[in-house]
Ligand binder design. Sequence first.
Ligand code: NDP
Length: 476
Amino acid sequence: ELADIGVLGLAVMGANLARNAARKGFGVALYNRHPERTDELVREHGGEGRFLPSKTLEDFVASLARPRAILVMVQAGKAVDDVIAELSPLLEADDIVIDGGNSLFTDTARRCKACADKGIRFLGMGVSGGEVGALEGPSMMPGGDRSAYDRLAPILDRMAASVDGTPCCVYVGPGGAGHYVKMVHNGIEYADMQLIAEAYDLMKSLYGLDAPALAGIFSEWKQGDLDSYLIEITATVLRKTDAGGQPLVDVILDEAEQKGTGRWTAQSALDLGVPLTAITEAVYARALSAQRARRAEVERKIGRSPPPARKAGAAAIAAVRDALYASKVVAYAQGFEQMAAASAEFGWDLKLADMATIWRGGCIIRARLLDRIRAAYDRDPKLGTLLLDDDFLSAVTMASDAWRAVVGLAVANGVPAPAFSSALAYFDGLGRARGPANLLQGLRDYFGAHTYRRLDKPGRFHTLWSEGGAEVQVDR
Ligand code: NDP
């Protein structure tokens, strides 16, 4: 009997997605460029379901039922183009290629079109949940050819995580929409993690709390509004000791690496003109963390005295929690605003409530907050920003005194909290009908004759700054 789906690329993600599909009762064709990975998968997990391994691409393609569906899980970038080029001549009209890696959305849009020109249906599908998610049920964000999605939905829905009986998988939109949404998911993940790291740093640096004490605090936070996978694993990581018995986190090098999806998210926000401050600060914070030798050198030169010891009262810890929650709402609001902007720019018709729905389970940013975001977009699908939703606005407003106090304390004591403080600055800027850009416009008009508009009358104006200073109307 032929396979229902094929998986090409059997490193951690591909192997676990293949096992996931097999465990759900689907016949799964297997292929990897180097056959050792295929052999290992069959040797160690062959009993989990019906696998059809192949050593050549020709045999792999021949082992699939028509129209063939091939999930490509290779390294993002050139490898995906190489694989499509090798596969294309072996495929027939209506066969489906799904790229489940972290491809750049513009690459996906291009591949979608190139495949369509050859009669092949292409899906660019974001998959989140890491290796455990891939095996036990990830969040999946398929975009591209709608008919291919319809055909595969019964398989994808079974493979995906599910929350309250709803699968964490939905058709996102045409072209590169699925990979775009996955990219923003990862950007939000960057911000979420940076905010957690700042909360950790503030409590450790200001109140001298050690890793086990902090683990307890994060465990407690998991019971409230902050309930999320990342908060849960924060407690787990903080609690872990190494073989010598010391907290593992205390000996992990403070140098964050990155694979690029956070940077892409920030780059796209710049292109779209969306103020994506929280995610972008998180990308910068990783970049600064990577300058470890330089940081050590500057610290040596300026000398640094630790902040005075303070008592970690319940109110102080609750303030950090409130600041974390409010900053997190800002990060999500900005990420969702970016998806709306991209949808308008590229004509995707994204349903933001659906995105919140499929992120409730399986993925790294799964959190109770996403239920609230879904509800907000259900109430008003055209909501311009989550911060205009009554529930979110009142939650953030209620947290704002604590938020200000925490950021103030951080600044006064030289503990950098870039994501906390820029999220607060964004919120304050958003909540201010009149900002200081009037002066920017005046300056732009002075040196570049860029013109300005006035509060008191319509039209565009230019002041003849170096020719007597009279104002002229330049456009009626
Ligand atoms: P890797 O990104 O490490 O890629 C390794 C796989 O790609 C191997 O199967 C390798 O084959 C194959 N490969 C590389 N180049 C080629 C080529 N030119 N032709 C054919 N096959 C090639 O694997 P992961 O499982 O970590 O990730 C797969 C995709 O999923 C990536 O896009 C990744 O970004 C994404 N992803 C990863 C997550 C994770 O937690 N790791 C989470 C979510 C998405 P060979 O064995 O022959 O070298």
